[in-house]
Every structure is written in C-alpha cells, then in structure tokens.
Design a protein around this ligand. Structure first.
Ligand code: PGA
Length: 240
C-alpha cells in the first residue's frame, strides 16, 4: 500500500481530489467509484471547484456508489443518493442517468443487489474507487465479521456503525438497521483504490489495515490483496 500522510483534512482532501482529477483527465469517459460519509466531503468540494474552473469535465463520467441504507427513500436527506446529489452531482456537469447508487427502496433488496452487481460489471472497472473507513474498519457497509461477502449484498449494521452514524439522524432509533453494499470483491474490482481517513478516531482501524494481514475483523485489511491502493490520511489518523 502507498501511504500519503497529510498535515490536515484540507491537504488530505486536495491529495484525493488530485488523484481523481488525474484519472478523469486520462480518460474523460472513466468510471469513478464513490463513497459517502463526512470524510470525502472536502474532496468533493475541491472536485466541484476544479469543474467550475474548467479543469475537469464530468460530462462523460459514470459513477458507482458503494452503498445505500435500507430501507430509505432517495428523497430522504439522510439517503446516500441525496448526499451525492447535494455534495457533488448537483454542482457539476454530470449526466445523472450515469450515476448509480444501490436502490434503497427496492421491494426485493436481494434482487436489487444482484442487479447492482451487474451494473458495476457492465459499466466496467472503476478507474479510481474512493473509500472512507469506519472506526471499526468497515469499508462500504462491509462490517467486521467471521466471514465477509464478495458481492453486493444486504447487510445488517453493527451497533458501532449505528452509533457513529446517529449524529446525522434525529435519533439513534431513526438510523436504518440495514444497508445494501458492494462486497469486498466488488470493491477490489476497481483498477485503483484510494482510502481516506482523518482524525484520531480512525487511528486503530488504519493501523490494523496497515499491518498487512487479512483479518475479517478489519474489513479494510482485505485491501492488502489489491496491487494499487493509496492510503491518504492526516497525521491524527496515522499517529493516533
Ligand atoms: P465517515 O464514515 O466518513 O463519516 O467517518 C466513513 C465510513 O464509515 O466509511
């Protein structure tokens, strides 16, 4: 794994945005794998600025997001579809029909996962997959467990994740208890992966991942199987 240690959140966001921008310049019709959460918000802000300055063009880009709560409507301001519109898609020249997020209100969520896995296969491997990391080492909603799923699947959220995400909802009881998420194999299908982390709360998860072993209690450690992963973190996440 390559490691970029940044002074602060702003530097981390700029480093991540530059890698995404390079991929877009190299192939204006590229696929981007995108993530939600508070971590990538600064990166999205920088990508919006670059787009407005005419440095990068989203018109030919396709995006596939990692995950979505279940059940949730796309109009719910806590849905990841809503997040992506608010934090990126509504501010750049992207064709929204080429932006994919798992269907949080599918009548048959297992079938929706299969369909999503097919979409990811059909659009082709992401030039860059952006990831955050949970305090518990999750990537997407692949939570620590004795076994991890390979493909897009329905999953329950752990207590730790529900607590971590409760800050965005009116109360902890409002956090959906399930999600649809790309599996570890889906994520590893990207050509390049960048994983972002800031703040001391992420230190334990980052340190575990960087041990270089495969440990299902830290799903991010599975990224050690991929040949092109760049960890971009601030000093607080790296040093603890
Ligand atoms: P966060 O979430 O960016 O809001 O910390 C990251 C994650 O849970 O993957």
């Amino acid at each position: 794994m390559k490691l970029i240690i940044c002074k602060n959140y702003d530097e981390m966001s700029a480093a991540a945005a530059n890698i995404v921008a390079e991929a877009m310049k190299a192939d204006p019709a590229c696929v981007l794998g995108l993530a939600t959460g508070s971590t990538p918000v600064g990166m999205y802000k920088k990508l919006i600025e670059m787009n407005k300055a005419g440095e990068i063009d989203f018109s030919g880009v396709t995006t596939v997001n990692l995950d979505e709560y279940y059940p949730i409507s796309p109009e719910n301001d806590q849905s990841y579809r809503y997040f992506m519109n608010e934090n990126l898609f509504d501010h750049v020249n992207i064709d929204k029909t080429r932006t994919f997020v798992p269907d949080g209100q599918a009548a048959d969520p297992a079938a929706a996962c299969e369909a999503y896995e097919e979409i990811v296969a059909k659009v082709g491997p992401a030039a860059v997959q952006v990831l955050g990391i949970g305090q518990n080492g999750h990537i997407g909603f692949n939570e620590p467990d004795t076994a991890l799923e390979v493909k897009t699947h329905v999953t329950g959220l752990t207590e730790s994740t529900i607590k971590a995400n409760a800050r965005f909802f009116a109360s902890e009881a409002d956090v959906p208890t399930k999600a649809l998420t790309m599996g570890i194999g889906t994520i590893l299908g990207a050509k390049k992966i960048i994983i972002l982390a800031n703040g001391t709360a992420k230190h334990a998860a980052i340190a575990k991942m960087l041990e270089g072993k495969l440990d299902t209690s830290c799903p991010a450690s599975m990224l050690n199987l991929h040949a092109d992963v760049t960890v971009i973190c601030d000093e607080a996440a790296y040093n603890g």
